[in-house]
Design a protein around this ligand. Structure first.
Ligand code: S3P
Length: 172
């Protein structure tokens, strides 16, 4: 069978990358990877622990390193919301992966993460979170082969949208 470029899901915290990624990998019968999970396994520490004891800068280095080790073919990859902060990661997304941006409104993210405890960057003042969200939009868009809006969509609808875009890109 022909090789497929790995599908990489990007988007802000709470946009559904992990949930959709797992379902998509199942549907396509390929392996699923999650950069956060890979970091936790490698460093043997949870994400808040890494932020607290080593700081965001080290976290970003671990994130870039695990990201580049993941397969560029025949897999689905869910990334942490900040993967696009690094120029080098953005180039990797554009060159090697089929990148799908799960675009979610700030209001919807607030709703989904209202009880969130495990994401250090969500645990700050509202205007800081909003600023982070806004500053990242153009970076997600810059890397995306496909943009899918997730507000008010079921997982089945999102699955269908991603599959349509894969089929379309195969024809192109
Ligand atoms: C982060 C998002 C998180 C995780 C870390 C930092 C970010 O992943 O990588 O807390 O910078 O947006 P999710 O997008 O899966 O929540």
């Amino acid at each position: 069978m022909d090789k497929m470029k790995s599908i990489c899901l990007i988007g802000f915290m709470g946009s559904g990358k992990t949930t959709l990624g797992k379902a998509l990998a199942d549907e396509l019968s390929v392996n699923f990877f999650d950069t956060d999970e890979e970091i936790v396994k490698w460093r043997n520490m949870d994400i808040p622990g890494i932020f607290e004891s080593e700081g965001e800068k080290n976290f970003r280095e671990y994130e870039s390193e695990v990201f580049k080790r993941l397969p560029v073919n025949d897999a689905v990859i869910a990334t942490g919301g900040g993967i696009i902060e690094s120029r080098n990661n953005r180039e990797w997304l554009k060159q090697h992966l089929m990148t799908v941006y799960l675009k979610t409104s700030f209001k919807e993210i607030q709703r989904r993460l209202s009880f969130e405890q495990n994401r250090p960057l969500w645990n700050q003042e509202m205007n800081e979170k909003k600023r982070l969200y806004e500053s990242r939009q153009r970076l997600y868009e810059e890397c995306a082969n496909q943009i899918i809006h997730t507000d008010e969509k079921t997982i089945e609808e999102l699955l269908r949208s991603v599959q349509n875009s894969i089929n379309f890109s195969k024809q192109g």
